[in-house]
Design a binder for this molecule. Structure first.
Ligand SMILES: Cc1ncc(COP(=O)(O)O)c(C=O)c1O
Length: 364
């Protein structure tokens, strides 16, 4: 067994993918240049120059952009506001990112998982759910690109259909896209936000996967009339965000480091994804199947009919390999995902990935 367990559980970047010394230099420069303002309270919507950079990329006015303390806390603010304004069930992909499921459970929301397949969320499943229930749903939460946990990406055709369906029903959508820029092959897809025009769709992303998660900087591009209440919620929750972190990212961008760093991150992740896919193909039984993501951090393993991923996760932990069982990505009480597991390839180096997959294969 390796000294340290092999972690396929953590959706975190490998330390070598974080540009630490460049960020240290940027932080030092902005602290000296901007002085007390980056160590003080300030606008709840975040550091002006970074807000403007995001606004320009998304073709909106900067008052519609709120920089949040990580994307996840932004989710807490968004869900709280929507559930107050439009009480009702929250529609999610089945499976979906587990942390928002915990937030929604805490809010007491009814969560409805919608069917998805290799092409992402099934638009017919969404339409059926909306037609079956007369009461309006609160919002749809979707991660269309390199989804956490499945690594799947919604096809362009489905994106258009989903926009048609939510428009017909006036359903607000939260499009969570922290992995979209971390694409290492294939053609980028249009965002739901672009296709719909940002009236119902709120777009959120984060600098966690493109720069560094410890800077805790996410952002929300909100519909015209939702930006102000969202920002007020941020202010009443944490007064203002950490400006030094946001100004450090702005300086990193200003120095032209964003794109070259992204290329480096993509190369590092592609090598890790290839190591995992190669090892799965070499050693896993034909009854198992898995997604083949073109970007992001994760792939979704299905052990096939009767497969017991909870038992595999427990035995894998004893063998020094951490994985997350698929049922964690469905609402509590659901019986789905029992034969599946999420495997993150973002953290471990390629050699350890190959070793960890070989250990899992022995257990099967
Ligand atoms: C789909 C998705 N949304 C949001 C986040 C939150 O990112 P952060 O809070 O670091 O910005 C993550 C992190 O793993 C994620 O996978």
């Amino acid at each position: 067994m390796p000294d340290q367990p092999v972690s396929f559980a953590r959706g975190a970047p490998a330390p070598e993918l974080i540009p630490a010394s460049e960020l240290a230099d940027c932080a030092h420069a902005v602290a000296l240049r901007e002085g007390a303002s980056v160590f003080s309270y300030g606008p709840g919507g975040g550091y002006g120059p970074l807000r403007e950079w995001v606004a320009e990329r998304h073709g909106v006015e900067s008052r519609r952009v709120v920089l949040t303390v990580g994307g996840l806390l932004g989710f807490v603010l968004y869900a709280g506001e929507l559930l107050r304004r439009r009480p009702g069930r929250v529609l999610v992909e089945g499976p979906t990112y587990d942390r928002p499921l915990k937030v929604l459970a805490r809010e007491g929301a009814e969560v409805v998982p919608l069917p998805m397949d290799d092409e992402g969320l099934d638009p017919d499943g969404l339409a059926r759910e909306l037609e079956r229930n007369a009461a309006p749903a609160s919002f749809l939460y979707t991660i269309p690109t390199f989804q956490n946990p499945s690594g799947r990406t919604l096809s362009a055709e489905r994106r258009r259909r989903i926009v048609e369906i939510v428009t017909a029903h006036g359903l607000p959508v939260l499009e969570d896209d922290p992995y979209g820029l971390v694409r290492y092959e294939g053609e980028p897809q249009p965002s739901l936000h672009e296709l719909e025009g940002g009236r119902l769709v709120t777009y959120t992303s984060s600098f966690s996967k493109t720069v560094a998660p410890g800077l805790r900087t996410g952002y929300f591009v909100l519909p015209e009339d939702e930006a102000e209440p969202f920002e007020e919620r941020a202010v009443s929750t944490y007064i203002s965000p950490p400006f030094l972190a946001q100004a450090t990212i702005a300086e990193f961008i200003e120095r032209g480091r964003f794109q070259p760093n992204l290329e480096r991150v993509r190369d590092g992740l592609r090598a890790r994804r290839d190591a995992m896919l190669g090892a799965l193909e070499r050693s896993f039984p034909a009854t198992a199947s898995w997604s083949r993501p073109q970007g992001g951090y994760f792939l979704w393993l299905d052990l096939g009919p009767g497969g017991d991923a909870a038992s595999l996760a427990a035995r894998a932990a004893e063998a020094g390999v951490a994985i997350v069982r698929g049922s964690d990505f469905f609402p509590p009480g659901s019986s789905a995902g029992t034969s599946a597991a999420r495997l993150a390839f973002s953290f471990e180096p390629p050699e350890r990935i190959a070793d960890g997959i070989a250990r899992l294969a022995e257990l099967l």
